[in-house]
Design a binder for this molecule. Structure first.
Ligand code: AP5
Ligand code: ZN
Length: 217
């Protein structure tokens, strides 16, 4: 399956993507995680992305589209993928369509996670992520690690993301509404959008998402 996951910052995209990708045996491709890995490795791409991310803005398309396409071209993504955080504006969605068409394949669904803004703010305020791998995600109340400050998966140190400060979150939400939400209409015209509520326990949301994807296909 080829799926795009969309939803506001803190909706639980990364959390759900980990389970859905496992259930569906497809790779989880997160542009946010790819950028953070580049930043921690000190690559040129990471240096280009950092200032935009810290300010809560989108990294320019010239950088992002090439990185996402390179990742999708890897062999594990040949038969499907779960995209998390890409596309994030209409021009990225158009570029993705062109790339998929060139490979003669299509998206199966766009899973839209709906969460009220006050819940998003709570989820982001308590989020802690792993220094070694930013896809290892915890929450100080909702998803506590066994040992405070230590990643259950790899033992790495947990920390709060630089872009999770109150001001930057406000900016990210604004960017989501103005630049990312229009892709939902873009995909709606293609009949691909499946909207679910992302409220409730993590496993309840995963079940809802799996049911919705099965119903759709
Ligand atoms: P990115 O990393 O994609 O951030 P985001 O979209 O803002 O999403 P988040 O990672 O904040 O949230 P999430 O929905 O994954 O939630 P999570 O599962 O962690 O992007 C960061 C930046 O990179 C962007 O601002 C931009 O600068 C740049 N970027 C990335 N892609 C780009 C692109 N395509 N183009 C341009 N720029 C790009 O969950 C949040 C918290 O809630 C966690 O603590 C979790 O434990 C908890 N939680 C999850 N589910 C539940 C639940 N059901 N109940 C209770 N708690 C829950
Ligand atoms: Zn870890």
């Amino acid at each position: 399956m080829r799926i795009v996951l969309v939803g506001p910052p803190g909706a639980g995209k990364g959390t759900q993507a980990a389970f859905l990708a496992k259930n569906l045996s497809i790779p989880h491709i997160s542009t946010g995680d790819l950028f953070r890995a580049n930043i921690s490795q000190g690559t040129e791409l990471g240096k280009q992305a950092k200032a935009f991310m810290d300010a809560g803005n989108l990294v320019p398309d010239e950088v992002t589209i090439g990185m996402a396409k390179d990742r999708m071209a890897q062999s594990d993504a040949e038969n499907g993928f779960l995209l998390d955080g890409f596309p994030r504006n209409v021009s990225q969605a158009e570029a993705l369509d062109v790339a998929l068409k060139a490979d003669d394949v299509k998206l199966d669904a766009v899973l839209d996670l709906e969460v009220p803004e006050d819940e998003v703010v709570k989820r982001i305020a308590g989020r802690r992520i792993c220094r070694k791998d930013s896809s290892h995600v915890f929450h100080v109340t909702y998803s506590k690690p066994k040992t405070e400050g230590v990643c259950d998966v790899c033992g790495g140190e947990l920390y709060q993301r630089e872009d999770d400060s109150e001001d930057t979150v406000r900016k990210r939400l604004e960017v989501y509404h103005t630049q990312t939400e229009p892709i939902i209409d873009y995909y709606r015209t293609q009949g691909l959008v499946v909207t679910i509520s992302a409220l409730g326990k993590v496993d309840e949301v995963t079940k809802r998402a799996m049911d919705a994807l099965k119903g759709d296909k």
